[in-house]
Design a binder for this molecule. Structure first.
Ligand SMILES: [Zn+2]
Ligand SMILES: [Zn+2]
Length: 439
């Protein structure tokens, strides 16, 4: 426990006991425990405030204002309203690379059930007047609070690095709209163009103290597909006079499953899930139409294209087989592109993080078929890396049989072990930034 950086995470026994022996002595590339502890009270009070006052995607006005005010006070050049509620904070510190660090800002339409003293009780009205509870159930409040801590550490330690730091507060990660909106609004043209882009996400599958990464594809491309199958409704007792869209829909659902199992290369990850099937009103009535709602996930652009084409072919083919008089309607709504962690950048950051935290605490894990709109930076030609930071209290993590027994992200009971997680995120972010800007 004489390791200055690890000592700061003293709540985390896993990290404290096994990493110290493996870790290299701390150099100027990492802030000290004292520096982290000095900024922590401000970071924690912001965390409580943001957690209590969550805002939904593209409604992050108050949240963005809180971030903008703080980075402005630290001497950053701040622009607000980029791509909706987006915040861009630039710190120019001489010649050198330009590095972008993103935090996301949005919360989710979930009623909080953590019972925490700083739990959210926020309920907003939708455009149609229904009540929607709001909660930071994905940990974006963790990301924002530690991002402010990192902003301060970088601003007060300007003698340790040179180049340009761009911190962005991005709206609407959950809906996959925010990164695109900021880029469309000139994020990469009105401001210095980044040489690298970084992000972190808290993990509900890892104990505090663990940093987890996947080189290459890390998050999937996601598309929503809505299929409307048209039949001819009528009396349930006289099926001969109808074209039953329920039967066509049932066959379509089964046939769709053969796309991944029979047409796709098993080494190319792909998912087709029919999450909703809606049709009919009563036992004895054959409806006119049935609607299917699908989510489609993939990594490679060519696989994505083929899956979507196959879905359309299967839907149309089953409609013909069922004698439908009208082609089904197939509507594709893209949600996100696949996140690709630049392998070179990942290797570089992993080596540095391992030097600080110890080999056992920076581990490769399997990628996910979940999505994340951070993909847009790599697609814009900027080498990017998005790592997971463990946020589960280590005792809780050790007590469960399987990771799936833990509250997951987007759960009403997700409560990160916030103190060591906030500190860990600051350590990871500043270490990564100093690796890229500190030479
Ligand atoms: Zn989320
Ligand atoms: Zn998230």
């Amino acid at each position: 426990m004489n390791h200055p950086v690890l000592a700061v995470l003293s709540g985390c026994m896993v990290l404290a006991t096994s990493a110290a022996s493996q870790a290299k002595p701390v150099t100027w590339t990492t802030p000290s425990a004292e520096e982290i502890n000095a900024v922590y009270p401000e970071v924690e009070s912001l965390y409580f405030d943001l957690h209590k006052n969550p805002e939904l995607a593209m409604h992050e006005q108050q949240t963005a204002a809180k971030l903008a005010e703080r980075v402005k006070a630290l001497g950053y050049e701040v622009t607000t309203g980029v791509g909706g509620t987006g915040v861009v904070a630039v710190l120019r510190n001489g010649k050198g690379p330009t590095v972008l660090l993103r935090t996301d800002m949005d919360a989710l339409p979930i009623g909080e059930e953590t019972g925490l003293p700083f739990a959210s009780h926020v309920v907003v009205k939708s455009d149609s007047g229904t009540s929607i509870p709001v909660m930071h159930a994905c940990g974006h409040d963790i990301h924002m609070s530690s991002w402010i801590g990192t902003a301060k550490l970088m601003a007060t330690n300007r003698d340790r690095w040179h180049g340009t730091l761009i911190l962005i507060g991005q709206p609407a990660e959950e809906t996959g709209e925010g990164a695109v909106a900021m880029i469309k609004d000139g994020l990469l043209t009105r401001f210095p163009k980044p040489d690298f882009a970084l992000a972190i996400h808290d993990s509900a599958n890892q104990p505090v103290g663990q940093v987890v990464f996947a080189p290459g594809y890390a998050f999937a491309a996601a598309d929503s597909v809505d299929i409307t199958i048209f039949g001819r409704g009528g009396h349930g007792a006289r099926p001969q006079n109808t074209i039953d869209p329920v039967i066509i829909a049932a066959r379509t659902v089964i046939a769709l499953q053969t796309i991944v199992s029979r047409e796709n290369n098993p080494f190319d990850p792909a998912v087709i899930t029919v999450g909703a099937i809606r049709g009919g009103t009563k036992n004895s009535i054959i409806p006119d139409e049935v609607k299917l709602q699908l989510t489609v996930r993939s990594y490679k652009p060519e696989v994505r294209k083929r899956l979507l084409a196959s879905i359309e072919r299967v839907a149309k083919g089953e409609a013909i087989a069922g004698g439908a008089l009208k082609e089904p309607l197939v509507k594709v709504t893209p949600a996100a592109n696949a996140v690709y962690n630049d392998p070179e950048l990942t290797k570089r950051l992993v080596a540095t993080l391992r030097g600080v935290l110890g080999q056992a605490h920076v581990v490769e894990d399997e990628p996910t078929m979940g999505f994340e709109d951070f993909a847009e930076f790599n697609l814009a030609g900027i080498p990017s890396a998005d790592f997971w930071v463990g946020a589960v209290e280590p005792g809780k993590f050790a007590a469960v049989q399987s990771r799936t027994d833990l509250p997951q992200l987007h759960s009403s009971t997700w409560a990160p072990d916030y103190t060591p997680t906030l500190k860990m995120v600051m350590v990871v972010e500043t270490t990564e930034l100093l690796e890229l800007l500190g030479h």
